[in-house]
Design a protein around this ligand. Sequence first.
Ligand SMILES: C[S@@+](CC[C@H](N)C(=O)[O-])C[C@H]1O[C@@H](n2cnc3c(N)ncnc32)[C@H](O)[C@@H]1O
Length: 218
Amino acid sequence: MAASFVDNGDTVCDVGCDHGKLSLYLVQRGKARQVIATDINSQPLQKAVDLFATHDLSHTATFLLTDGLQGIENTENITHVVIAGLGGHTMAQVIENAPFIKENRVQLVLLPAQSGYFVRRWLYENGFSINMEKTVTEKGKYYSCISAVYTGEVKQPDIYDMYIGESHTNTDSSAKGYFEMILSQLEKKHTGIMIDTGTADNGYADAVERIKQLINKL
Ligand SMILES: C[S@@+](CC[C@H](N)C(=O)[O-])C[C@H]1O[C@@H](n2cnc3c(N)ncnc32)[C@H](O)[C@@H]1O
């Protein structure tokens, strides 16, 4: 899914590359001229190194044992940064620590494993615009892949923006599963708030209502 958001890439960074399959796919499909594959752990990174060697494509990749994008010296040709399978908090930290993403208006492709709301909030509050999202299902779980770029336009997101973002444009069965998952999370959070404070929270109540409408329209 994340790969479908990358087209005509020059250097594409794959953060948390693990086995390197996504990086390899990007090169093999001509979506990336070359990749910088990073991982914070040496064992997964070695798997990526071996995978590229097996396919005689080592010359198309640089492998970095690092936290996020730390230590990349030449950022000039980086067109895309893909971060798939990490949590929203880590993603926000990785982007924040790599100022070239803002400066060079690098295209971000983010597939949060959890806490998507956190990375959406961070993007909106830090001048990034979400161009598109695509919901996806894998092994019975639901995710939304986010495509975003820095525009300088800061937005104060409400609860709906944080939890749904641009995923509302999706209409397939993965969208239904995703919206239902988010609805259940928000209903639980709202119930918790009501128990704690004794009152309803308008922001949560409004988001819950809008997501119910979204589901009813499918
Ligand atoms: C669930 S795997 C994701 C695999 C791959 N991106 C995919 O979607 O198929 C998470 C990987 O991210 C790595 N990782 C976790 N935090 C990281 C960080 N801050 N910087 C780089 N890699 C990280 C882990 O070592 C692990 O290999």
